[in-house]
Design a protein around this ligand. Structure first.
Ligand code: B12
Ligand code: SF4
Length: 519
């Protein structure tokens, strides 16, 4: 095994973003060339059915449960199999591990990523080793030991199954700014294998474009100091309080990363910073980043990581001038009682104030996006009405992302649901998009589309409560929402950049923009 350690790495995902595994892959490949990386796209099959099921909010038989046999064959040839996924995809990861282990009982399976971190007790029942938290230092130490035929059972950051017992080692320290800045960029090589339930091919520009279009996903600033009860950050903080500090590579690193990836994927015209909290960075750091971005990259970008206490007009302005054309802030509820239950460090008043600041940047950027959580079984009628009245008060325009609440392992909400079986908190295996409370769903989506006068609002209220009418209204408001999203995309997108990749689409969109001027 020692001379040419054969390593296979795989991310199971609904898509191909997998920033975590791409980072691990780049690092492992830099030290062990006999490494192959796979991305198993579990959503490939369902993408056509997805839109219909989303509009109707009904679960289709989306995910193909049989595992690609050719993939199993290839993975089973490895000495070490490294695996990554979120909890939603853990069952398929387990199925894959079982099939691979059947073919090659000697293979060492290392399970890392979010599910392994928030639920190691579950992961270790299926893998030989579980990597908890940030994996770079642990995987390098582990592979080194395996290569040297040394003892890895006491390595930090790992749980190791050995002779029927589980050794639970201390955590590995998180990387410093210097260490983060010395890491290789995410692996975007064409030697990555893109896998679906019935196909396997090398990654190409066209595969990439068919899934992510011209968008590149990255993460610069990691860490979040908040403790929202439904979020896995609870668990990250519980295992290591350092996860609450903002950690990031130098700004130059993220600029170089973009330069590199654009050499390979010249069609990239848009960047998403998946950071939990980019907006908490100091003004000095944001200014430095903004100057570099403007002069060296110049692409528009999306920052989803805003929360009401972090909205500062000066910071928003810095980011907008750098190229941010879209942002997103978590609101979740308009009820002070629910904000408290979720552990959100904000108030209704602060939400209104922050939303006013964000809306003032329209039309320089597209309308701000806000997250709203519904389907919380402990919400009363008053709580729901407080959310609806907040949406009526919020400065317009805005767009909503509506999520149906799910309990995730390792969160305070998970513990609360265990202590209170009388409340029906839905499991994470049920999509976050499937809305149970149709009345609330209709009202929230309707308010995301427009703010009707009082009499029309009351009429909506009555109609949405009628079971039969709501069957028709719900898909209608979701279609209305899509139209509104499309309208603002056309109004605010940079079609000069899009035209370089897809002139036909840009031409049609520019014509539509002329028409939209009259609305
Ligand atoms: C970007 C992101 C997305 C992206 C990309 C998803 C992806 N699979 O990469 C998109 C928008 C598509 C997305 C979708 C969803 N997401 Co999301 N998402 C995130 C976010 C904000 C950042 C993830 C990230 O890239 N982190 C940066 C990398 C560097 O960290 P990392 O992935 O943890 O990887 C490190 C370690 O885990 C480890 N590691 C990772 N893999 C491996 C492998 C090996 C072998 C080893 C040794 C180590 C290792 O080393 C890595 C580097 O340090 C997190 C929140 C967060 N802060 O983590 C939520 C998060 C992962 N998402 C979450 C959820 C719930 C979802 C959805 C289910 C939501 C939905 N609406 O349907 C979907 C699921 C999609 C899917 N099946 O993958 C939850 C997951 C909770 C859980 N218990 O699983 C999180 C934690 C947020 C939360 N609220 O709790 N998401
Ligand atoms: S602010 Fe966002 S990332 Fe932080 S704990 Fe709350 S939901 Fe999670």
């Amino acid at each position: 095994m020692a001379a040419k350690l054969c390593i296979k790495l795989i991310a199971l995902e609904r898509g191909i973003t997998c920033i975590g595994l791409r980072r691990i892959s780049a690092l492992v490949k830099s030290k062990y060339p006999n490494t192959t990386t796979y991305i198993y796209d579990l959503a490939a099959l369902s993408s056509k059915k997805y839109l219909k099921s989303w509009i109707l909010s009904r679960a289709p038989k989306t995910i193909e449960t049989s595992i690609n046999e050719k993939l199993v064959e290839e993975l089973a040839q490895a000495d070490v199999l490294g695996l990554s996924c979120v909890s939603l995809d853990a069952d398929q990861a387990k199925q894959l591990i079982n099939l691979v282990k059947k073919k090659n009982p000697k293979i060492l399976v290392v399970w890392g990523g979010v599910h392994a971190t928030v639920n190691p007790e579950d992961a270790i029942n299926h893998a030989d080793i579980v990597c908890i938290g940030e994996g770079e230092k642990s995987i390098v130490a582990l592979l080194n030991k395996i290569e040297q035929k040394g003892d890895f059972s006491t390595l930090k950051g790992l749980w190791v199954r050995e002779s029927g017992r589980v050794l639970k080692n201390d955590l590995m320290s998180l990387m410093s700014e210097d260490e983060l800045s010395q890491m290789p960029f995410q692996d975007y090589g064409f030697d990555i294998k893109y896998v679906t339930h019935n196909s396997m091919e090398f990654m190409t520009k066209s595969v990439y474009m068919s899934i992510l279009g011209s968008t590149y996903n990255t993460m610069w600033v990691m860490g979040c100091p908040y403790h929202c009860s439904y979020c896995s950050n609870n668990k990250f903080l519980a295992i290591n309080i350092e996860y609450g500090k903002l950690r990031h590579a130098r700004a130059e690193f993220i600029i170089e990363e973009l330069i590199e990836v654009r050499k390979r994927y010249s069609h990239i015209k848009y960047v998403v910073f998946n950071d939990d909290n980019l907006s908490i960075l100091s003004k000095e750091k944001l200014k430095h980043f903004a100057e570099l971005w403007r002069s060296k990259i110049g692409l528009p970008f999306f920052v989803p990581g805003f929360s009401p206490p972090t909205v500062d007009p000066e910071k928003v302005d810095i980011l907008v001038n750098a190229g941010m054309n879209k942002l997103r802030m978590g609101i979740q509820s308009g009820s002070e009682r629910m904000l408290d239950f979720y552990g959100r460090k904000t108030s209704r008043q602060q939400i209104l104030k922050s939303a006013e600041i964000l809306a003032s940047f329209y039309p320089k950027i597209s309308p701000p996006n806000y997250d709203i959580l519904i389907d919380n079984p402990i919400e009363t009628k008053q709580d729901k009405e407080a959310t609806l009245s907040l949406l009526r008060e919020l400065k317009r325009p805005f767009m909503l992302y509506v999520y149906s609440l799910r309990k995730l392992p390792g969160t305070r909400l998970w513990d609360f649901a265990l202590e209170h079986p009388e409340y029906d908190f839905k499991p994470y295996s049920r999509s976050f998009q499937f809305v149970d409370d149709r009345w609330m769903g209709i009202m929230v989506y309707m308010l995301g589309i427009y703010n009707p006068p009082e009499s029309a609002y009351r009429l909506w209220n009555v109609l949405a409560k009628n079971k039969r009418v709501s069957q028709v209204l719900f898909p209608l408001v979701r279609i209305g929402y899509l139209i509104k999203r499309f309208y603002y995309e056309v109004k605010t997108s940079n079609f000069e950049e899009i035209a370089k990749v897809s002139p036909a689409i840009a031409k049609v969109a520019l014509k539509m923009r002329l028409i939209f001027k009259y609305f």
